[in-house]
Ligand binder design. Sequence first.
Ligand code: SF4
Length: 70
Amino acid sequence: MRRCPYLEELVKERQLMLRVYKFDCHVDHRSKRKYALSDSPPICVRNFEDCPLYQAEKGREDRTITRYTD
Ligand code: SF4
């Protein structure tokens, strides 16, 4: 499974009819929840390159690496 490098933890639970995805993001240090009726994992384990938080943090890291290698 592809997963965002900034994903700290992902837990999937069931509550009645719902799937509950609990996940922690290293970028904004927040614990988040996503509720879905069918299997629908968060962006962190799908197309995480489209996440604005991922893009911002990756850009910041790339700029830092460029500074050290120049
Ligand atoms: S995909 Fe976005 S929200 Fe999910 S862990 Fe990565 S940066 Fe955080």
